[in-house]
Design a protein around this ligand. Structure first.
Ligand code: ADP
Ligand code: MG
Length: 206
């Protein structure tokens, strides 16, 4: 029973803080997307996290891998835009890897999920997308940098997209004019990563 409660508090808490950080930054994310896209990234992400929050009481009582998979499916169905299937793939694949046979640990599951996102978006590192946050975050996780280190790296990585030229998604239509702006998907990814790290840090015993 205690294990079930701990799991429910963890999943419920993660849903809450992701929803909060996206709601608080939705206007900023849409503003970033207005500069190099169509201005809807904040609205898209907020719609997705609200849809997840609406299912919170059910999702929180699932085993973590299953919850991740179902949250991913909800994001695919509700976010709209390119970001929905990409974030969806990340969570669905992380959940499936963790649930699969064999002892796949979290860093390995994350690595495979990020590769699935890259395949889905036909994108690579340096293309100015959310992958430019996911790869460095994964590297920090593997390095066991600690939660504060992972959060910092995520934020630094999002800032570095400023100087990149977009090669995928709507921003790529701008060519060189996409340089000089932070990628909205990279920014949402950094905000979510940092919020998750802060939450997990608060949960871990001092
Ligand atoms: P849309 O571009 O359809 O309006 P969003 O505005 O919600 O969707 O999301 C845009 C973000 O999605 C971009 O900032 C980028 O990080 C990410 N993105 C778009 N296309 C791709 C892709 N092919 N591969 C990886 N990430 C992508
Ligand atoms: Mg957009």
């Amino acid at each position: 029973m205690l294990v079930v409660l701990a799991n429910a508090a963890l999943i419920g808490g993660l849903i809450d803080i992701c929803r909060e950080v996206i709601a608080a930054n939705a206007d900023h994310l849409s503003e970033l997307d207005r500069a190099i896209g169509d201005g809807d990234h904040g609205t898209n992400m907020r719609r997705g996290l609200e849809a997840v929050y609406a299912e919170r009481s059910r999702l929180a009582y699932l085993p973590l891998p299953k919850a991740l998979e179902e949250i991913g499916l909800t994001l695919v169905m509700s976010v709209g835009g390119a970001a929905g299937p990409l974030y969806g793939t990340l969570l669905i694949e992380t959940g499936r890897q963790l649930a699969g046979s064999g002892d796949v640990d979290f860093p390995r599951a994350l690595e495979r999920a990020i590769d699935a996102v890259a395949r889905r978006g036909r994108a690579s590192a340096g293309d100015k997308t959310l992958l430019d946050v996911l790869y460095p975050v994964h590297a920090e996780v593997v390095r066991r940098a600690g939660l504060a280190g992972v959060a910092e790296q995520a934020e630094r990585a999002a800032s570095l997209t400023f100087g990149m030229k977009a090669m995928r998604g709507r921003a790529s239509f701008l060519g060189d004019r996409s340089i000089g702006h932070i990628d909205p998907g990279a920014k949402s990814c950094a905000l979510l990563t940092a919020a998750i790290c802060r939450f997990l840090e608060e949960q871990s015993p001092a």
